[in-house]
Design a protein around this ligand. Structure first.
Ligand code: SF4
Ligand code: SF4
Length: 143
């Protein structure tokens, strides 16, 4: 599964909720509204977490743009839940940048955020679901 946080800007003439509902109906995407601000005069803003296959995600975003919605992407970073991590090492085998590595001789898995490219491979690989995505700017957009 693929998951992204989008920031949507709706012109006043576009019916926000109807447009978003079609993401589920026609594109098999799940969505979670993290926040929204609407006005009759200005563009409405909605912060939306969208989950589905990568292909459906791309089609859904294309659909939104065709409806006149401006789509922006939340700045995201990877975080690790230290309580869930068992230091099994599975993520180090898929991490392409070396952001996840084995510290020897302790055999601890170290996460270096500075090296992370946010490719998300570790999220789908981790058997403990210790790796996740965090949005850095989505919440700050809304009052
Ligand atoms: S795969 Fe998950 S549990 Fe294993 S070391 Fe990596 S983050 Fe920790
Ligand atoms: S998101 Fe990609 S680059 Fe970042 S830690 Fe996970 S596997 Fe490595």
């Amino acid at each position: 599964m693929y998951s992204k946080i989008l920031i949507l800007y709706f012109p006043p003439v576009v019916a926000q909720n109807a447009v978003v509902c079609y993401l589920t109906k026609d594109y098999d995407l799940l969505f979670n509204i993290l926040g929204a601000k609407f006005s009759t005069k200005e563009d409405g803003i909605m912060v939306l977490e969208v989950t589905g296959t990568r292909e459906n995600y791309k089609r859904g975003v294309r659909y939104l743009k065709e409806q006149g919605v401006r789509v922006s992407y939340a700045e995201q970073e990877i975080w690790r839940d230290e309580d869930k991590c068992t230091h099994c090492g599975a993520c180090t085998a898929v991490c392409p940048t070396g952001a996840l590595s084995v510290k020897r001789p302790e055999m601890e898995i170290v996460f270096d955020k500075e090296k992370c490219s946010v490719c998300e491979l570790c999220i789908v690989t981790c058997p403990s679901r210790a790796m996740g995505l965090f949005s850095k700017n989505a919440e700050s957009i809304l009052p």
